[in-house]
Ligand binder design. Structure first.
Ligand code: ADE
Length: 365
């Protein structure tokens, strides 16, 4: 096997000259770096910037975050997705207040003990904010490293990630390990892109083993993912005599945990949407409802599945609503202040009468 080129000098030199001005790169504190890296996990830089600024404005330090109500934290996170990140950040801030005298632990071992801090967050934050030489391997890094070192491992396998981490452990410098990590992430995001990489602008073009072998476009090797399933979902917009709408809070743990939503659920195979909604309302709310006019049908994609969601006006015919989950009759003004999933937000304009267009087509049409 040919010896592996040493990449850190050219990489760090390029980063110092070309790095983007990003808000978390100013006034680097452990807290700012941590919040930014949590937000940046699975999310693009451009999307994160406004969320980061609003979050820091509202919760400028760990103590402000620890004192906050989880609902307010989720409201600021609304639309960013992967809400467990926000819940864990909030729990971690409380743990820091209770167990670490309000000081974010500046060493990997104790930092790793915080909720939501796995190998990626720990390596990113500890290298950038505290100078520990721990390599970061995100999707952008994985792709760039496979090209730089002409690795033909399938990046959808965990073994590829391990191999890249081991390789980077030998490459990461003791001085400026944070710059090294950020430079690689930045290179993957802006130069060594999935399609049409900008090799003419790459600081590592002379060292890149895939370029030398003429196989840049063949790397990284990745088995295509199975197509994600689409579920049919129905939700009820039930109003009381004051025109308030019934909403319920999802359990704190799990998908979209702690967010509010309209009652409803999945349509089962062979079930008509109205029948599914009436069943869900009976099971979840203990009431008999009559499904009325359709309000809107929207599509929404999550990471592992998609939904086709229809909202219907519904009327309670028998019973009083009760649920294991918190329920609330709310005006639209209050709904605007509570955290809701994006799919529910797509319904709001129809409730306000502001929506322009018609309906999405159900699958297979
Ligand atoms: N992606 C995740 N963290 C990043 C960082 N610090 N700089 C650039 N891209 C990133």
């Amino acid at each position: 096997m040919p010896p592996k080129p040493k990449i850190s000098p050219s990489l760090i030199c390029w980063f110092r000259k070309c790095r983007r001005d990003l808000p978390w790169r100013e006034n680097r504190t452990l807290y700012r770096v941590w919040v930014s890296e949590v937000m940046l996990q699975q999310t693009r830089v451009d999307t994160v910037i406004p969320y980061f600024l609003r979050f820091l404005d509202r919760f400028p330090d760990v103590s402000a975050l620890a004192k906050a109500d989880l609902q307010d934290v989720l409201k600021l996170w609304e639309g960013l997705g992967y809400y467990a990140r926000a819940r864990n950040l909030h729990r971690a801030a409380r743990k820091i207040t209770d167990e670490f005298s309000g000081i974010i632990p500046p060493d990997p071992e104790r930092f790793r003990s915080l909720p939501g801090v796995g190998p990626y967050i720990s390596a990113a934050v500890m290298s950038i904010a505290c100078g520990y030489p721990l390599p970061v391997v995100d999707g952008n890094v994985l792709r760039a490293v496979c090209r730089i070192f002409a690795l033909k491992d399938d990046i959808s396998r965990p073994s590829a990630k391990k191999k890249v981490a081991a390789l980077l452990t030998k490459q990461i410098p003791e001085t400026q390990p944070g710059d090294f990590n950020e430079a690689l992430m930045e290179l993957g995001a802006t130069v060594c892109t999935p399609k049409s990489p900008r090799c003419t602008r790459c600081p590592l073009a002379k060292l890149c083993m895939a370029k030398q072998a003429g196989i840049v476009s063949e790397l990284p090797v990745k088995t295509p993912k199975a197509p994600v399933p689409e579920f049919r979902v129905v939700v009820a917009v039930i109003r009381n005599e004051n025109g308030q709408i019934l909403i319920q809070k999802r359990p704190e743990n799990g998908l979209l945990g702690g967010l509010w939503e309209f009652p409803g659920g999945k349509v089962e195979k062979g079930e008509a949407p109205a029948a599914a909604l009436e069943r869900e309302c009976r099971e979840e709310l203990g009431v008999k409802v009559k499904t009325g006019r359709e309000i809107a049908t929207i599509r929404h994609a999550y990471t592992h599945f998609k939904i086709l969601l229809t909202a219907f006006h519904c009327r309670i015919e028998e019973g009083t609503v009760q649920s294991r989950l918190p329920l609330k009759w709310a005006e639209m003004e209050e709904i605007d202040t509570l955290p809701f999933p994006k799919a529910n937000h797509k319904i709001f304009p129809y409730l306000r009468g502001h929506a322009v267009s018609g309906r999405e087509q159900p699958p297979g049409t």
